[in-house]
Ligand binder design. Structure first.
Ligand SMILES: NC(=O)c1ccc[n+]([C@@H]2O[C@H](COP(=O)([O-])OP(=O)(O)OC[C@H]3O[C@@H](n4cnc5c(N)ncnc54)[C@H](O)[C@@H]3O)[C@@H](O)[C@H]2O)c1
Ligand SMILES: [Zn+2]
Ligand SMILES: [Zn+2]
Length: 359
């Protein structure tokens, strides 16, 4: 079928709206008509170097149009949010942590299905797609059934997409991995869409000190409105400010900027026996820590997808949202799909924490 997609024609260049061909779903795949798709920082990072032409986008939500012969988890007409792909057969998948699937990179970042094919063709040739299981910068997508999360018909499909990546990642880093005790302290580095979801989750967990750290004063103000008890300006003075807030160190810290210098400050801000979660990806490729900064019982855990099984965790977060306790709508701004360039610019500049494109 002919669909409209925002195509990365050359790495680093703006996405271009193009008519492309979308093949039918394979036996284990689902065709979804998208209502909306969020923009995640990871899309922008991959747009700088991903092998083009390609379709990015991985926070889709919409309505199932068709399912492959082996799919029993959803049916046409079901409302769904989309998440990442996983094999379902390896040890991490079987133990409920598909974000650590042994085939995660091949299934999510190769641009192809495992057999080397792509569901998306342009000008008669297959192009890279299946990005994070989706390639949802398009009005329709073909996704593996394991990436599909059924949601109730009462769920707002214009808001559900980012639950499959950014919101799940930030909230899950706190609720599934760090699991802070009530009354504990946490510092969250980076108050973008991921960090904001972490702030809400930390407040929900009963953390009584929640420090949000960012360079953007507007984001710090928003973080405070969502439950942060302190807003700390990032950069050279951050460590000192954090010491004033928690003189014995924080029980938990979470890194969502992808910067090695910030990670170092985060680890050094921990109390002995404290736990640091690492979520950010890029611009740093390597981390460097003082040897002694990790000797005193500190733990550092890398986290993908919030350490979650999306079919379990996304509905939980949606229930919290419906109850008014996960108010992520406060950081969302909608743009029509045709204005994807403006939405990306607003994301890059920091003006909007979570841009969501509507179809
Ligand atoms: N591990 C995963 O599964 C996963 C999933 C989704 C996103 N991510 C990554 O998480 C990160 C956050 O995503 P996002 O959508 O919130 O991105 P974002 O760009 O909206 O947020 C990052 C924030 O960090 C702030 N920042 C930059 N430099 C800083 C500094 N020196 N000190 C303090 N703050 C600083 C920015 O102002 C921004 O608000 C990205 O790197 C993204 O690629 C990881
Ligand atoms: Zn993402
Ligand atoms: Zn697996």
């Amino acid at each position: 079928m002919r669909v409209t997609a925002a195509v990365l024609e050359r790495p680093g260049e703006p996405l271009v709206l193009r008519d492309v061909d979308l093949g039918p779903p394979r036996p284990d795949e689902v065709l979804v008509r998208l209502s909306a798709v969020g923009i995640c920082a990871t899309d922008l990072e991959f747009a700088a170097f991903f092998e083009a032409p390609a379709v990015l986008g991985h926070e889709g939500a919409g309505v199932v149009e068709k399912v492959g012969d082996h799919v029993t988890s959803v049916a046409p007409g079901d409302h769904v949010a989309l998440s990442f792909a996983s094999c379902g057969r390896c040890r991490p998948c079987l133990t409920g942590t598909p974000g650590y699937c042994l085939r995660f990179d091949a299934l999510n970042f190769s641009g192809r299905r495992p057999d080397g094919s792509s569901a998306v063709s342009m000008d008669g040739a297959e192009i890279n797609a299946h990005f994070l299981g989706q390639s949802a910068f398009a009005d329709h997508v073909v996704v593996p059934a394991r990436a599909v999360v059924p949601v109730g018909k009462d769920v707002d499909l214009l808001l559900a997409g980012p639950f499959g990546c950014g919101f799940q990642t930030g909230a899950g880093g706190v609720l599934n991995v760090l699991r802070p005790a009530p009354g504990s302290s946490i510092a969250i580095f980076g108050a973008g869409s991921v960090g904001m979801a972490s702030v809400i989750a930390a407040a929900l967990s009963g953390c009584t000190t929640v420090a949000a750290v960012d360079l953007n004063a507007g984001r710090l103000a928003t973080a405070r409105s969502l439950g942060a008890t302190h807003g700390v300006t990032g950069g050279e003075t951050a460590a000192e400010e954090l010491r004033a807030i928690a003189p014995d160190g924080f029980d938990y810290v979470l890194e969502t900027t992808g910067r090695a210098d910030v990670l170092r400050t985060a680890v050094e801000s921990l109390a002995p026996l404290g736990h640091c979660g690492v979520i950010g990806v890029g611009p740093s490729e390597e981390m460097s820590l003082g040897w002694r900064s990790v000797l005193n019982g500190r733990t550092i855990t890398g986290i993908i997808g919030g350490g979650a099984a999306p079919q379990v965790f996304v509905p939980e977060l949606l229930r919290l949202h419906a109850a008014g306790r996960f108010p992520v709508q406060e950081i969302v701004r909608h743009f029509p799909f045709e204005r994807i360039g403006d939405a990306i610019e607003a994301t890059r500049s920091g003006a909007v924490a979570k841009a969501v494109l509507t179809f």
